[in-house]
Design a protein around this ligand. Structure first.
Ligand code: MG
Length: 219
């Protein structure tokens, strides 16, 4: 069994790539934003992609990377508006809803902890109606640090009291799992299929689920 549920009383869940199909975000940043940037700047799509790629890369793991306002400013595009334009692509990953129903009915506390900006978080909750399953929703923008930094977890613990020993984090980002491990969160699970349009990832550092059915037993 992947997890002994008796040892867990707090479930911390990432959003993009864990509960929601990362295909939306991948398509948005890798195709749709370059397209709109190319149109705005009078570039070819290829040239736009070449300009944007290093700029995205340099911001990875920083809070600004997840900030719609930041990208709206530097790219001179209405990023929130563009997200809304293709919001039809926002999708819940397979078996997530069953899992959330079961977790919500259990005595365990269930929190959404995300690096997503309040703007995209709002759009995604509106599209997926998952909000009701959580005891709380925490965006790293509220705390001032991304999940990749230990400070995030310290501040999270002040906001929603939990014991490190009995907390479980499920997150598709290895950098985030590493910072949570460093902080001392005892139970860590990764996701090997965050984007349904991409092949399964080989994950060796953490136990990984392909979908949430693997965690239903004993919950
Ligand atoms: Mg994620």
């Amino acid at each position: 069994m992947m997890i002994d549920w008796k040892k867990v009383d707090t479930v911390l869940l990432d959003m993009d790539g864990t509960l929601l199909d990362l295909n939306f975000d991948n398509h948005f940043w890798k195709e749709f934003v370059p397209l709109k940037f190319a149109e705005k700047q009078g570039l070819s799509i290829e040239a736009a992609k070449q300009q944007l790629q290093p700029r995205f890369k340099s911001m990875e793991g920083k809070l600004e990377w997840y900030c719609l306002d930041y990208w709206s400013d530097v790219l001179e595009l209405d990023i929130a508006g563009l997200k809304a334009e293709i919001s039809g692509l926002i999708a819940v990953l397979p078996h997530v809803t069953e899992f959330l129903e079961k977790a919500h009915q259990s005595p365990k506390k269930v929190y959404l902890v995300t690096n997503a900006h309040r703007g995209s978080l709002g759009l995604k909750m509106e599209k997926t109606c998952l909000q009701a399953f959580f005891d709380g929703i925490i965006s790293s923008h509220d705390l001032g640090y991304p999940k990749e930094q230990a400070e995030f977890w310290r501040l999270l613990q002040q906001r929603v009291p939990f014991e490190k020993q009995s907390a479980l984090l499920i997150d598709d980002s290895l950098a985030v799992l590493n910072s949570a491990r460093q902080f001392g969160i005892a139970h860590l699970i990764s996701v090997s299929r965050p984007d349904t349009k991409q092949p399964k990832k080989e994950i060796t550092d953490y136990p990984a689920i392909e979908d949430f059915r693997e965690l239903m037993a004993g919950l």
